[in-house]
Design a protein around this ligand. Structure first.
Ligand SMILES: *Cc1c(COP(=O)(O)O)cnc(C)c1O
Length: 356
């Protein structure tokens, strides 16, 4: 089986083995040691000085945690949306009573930092900006560093969905001026779904002290207090901690720069192969094409979903489909986490064979 969706991603055998280890007391010293090692590994990859918090939730739970721990009902928020996940983050903020203005970018494009600047200058009451670093639904990566510079110069908090970017492509949260950063275990981290990672910078912790959106399970202050003794407030997804502890061995062995390099190299190869097949990338400007997932338009007159079904049933290649309005119009190839160029090549060979 060649699982080429952009999450959940394949896990290395030693990670799967670790995930199957016996349960232990999550209030005992052995688990505390794992929590500390995993937190240290996350801090390094996030490139931050404070601790990354590990929540038992999928990525969306991490996004919800980011919102409710930094904001209050009635807060003015600018949501930059370039696809499904940007819209999800905006919807979460709305669900908790933020007053959300959307800067909606046509799907396939990246956000323009100058437009973010214009919107913030037009409304100085904006308390926070929400941005998806890598929009998994369209295969587009936003110019986060440039957006962060614009936001920081004007003062609002910058809350970033890095679920499908952190650990796979560079994201220097603290240095770039990101205030809250979220990731999720089943994307680039080579482990199964079940954990969300949440980092709050100093400005975000200051905002947290005032933030009044309701929260209990996802309360970051509780998670931070528990972490001081190597624990989590509630029973965590212990097996995923085991897996992540193991995955960090591989990340350390490859080196994070090596990990980033592999993602960039295979992404470049994927785009070249797609072009050679006469297909069109969904990302309109290749400078913003994602290095973790490539979205490709099915050509006019081709029954894309039928090809994807045959790829699955006859060749064991599982491609990602299009979400929402992109259903049936694109396919997506995940190249994040534990993969080689050969895995992607094999999937594209099958697409080539099945195309009319
Ligand atoms: C996968 C993903 C999420 C979270 O999805 P879950 O299914 O809740 O884990 C959020 N944002 C982005 C960009 C993603 O790729």
């Amino acid at each position: 089986m060649n699982l080429r969706i952009p999450g959940p991603t394949p896990c290395p055998d030693d990670v799967l083995e670790a995930v199957g280890a016996p349960m232990m007391n999550h209030r005992g010293p052995e688990f505390a040691a794992i929590v500390r090692r995993v937190t240290d590994g996350l801090n390094r990859v996030f490139g931050v000085s404070g601790d990354v918090l590990t929540l038992t939730a999928s990525g969306t739970g991490g996004l919800e945690a980011a919102v409710v721990n930094a904001l209050s009902p009635g807060d003015r928020v600018l949501a930059v949306t370039i696809g499904v996940f940007g819209e999800r983050l905006a919807a979460i903020a709305e669900a908790y009573g933020a007053r959300v203005e959307r800067y909606e970018v046509e799907w396939g494009d990246a956000a323009d930092p100058d437009e973010v600047a214009r919107r913030l200058d037009a409304d100085p009451s904006v308390k926070a900006v929400l941005v998806t670093h890598n929009e998994t639904s369209t295969g587009v990566t936003n110019p986060l560093q440039a957006i962060a510079a614009v936001v920081r110069a004007r003062g609002p908090l910058l809350i970033v969905d890095g679920v499908s970017s952190v650990g796979s492509i560079p994201c220097a949260a603290e240095r770039w001026g990101v205030d809250v950063l979220v990731s999720g275990s089943q994307k680039g981290w080579m482990v199964p779904p079940g954990l969300a990672f949440l980092w709050l910078g100093e400005r975000a912790w200051a905002a947290n002290a005032e933030a009044s959106m309701p929260r209990f399970y996802l309360d970051a202050a509780r998670a931070r207090d528990s972490l001081a003794s190597g624990q989590t407030p509630w029973t965590p997804a212990i097996p995923i901690f085991y897996g992540l502890d193991k995955a960090f061995e591989a990340i350390r062995a490859e080196g994070i720069e090596g990990v980033y390099g592999r993602h960039a190299e295979v992404a470049r190869y994927t785009r070249e192969r797609v072009r050679a097949l006469g297909l069109e990338l969904f990302a309109r400007d290749e400078r913003f094409a994602s290095d973790t997932v490539t979205a490709v338009r099915w050509p006019e007159g081709v029954d894309g979903p039928a090809i994807a079904r045959r790829a699955r049933d006859e060749h064991g290649v599982i491609l990602g489909g299009g979400q929402q309005s992109l259903r049936g119009r694109i396919f997506r190839v995940g190249h994040l986490g534990h993969f080689t160029r050969a895995d992607v090549a094999a999937a594209l060979d099958v697409v080539e064979r099945l195309l009319p």
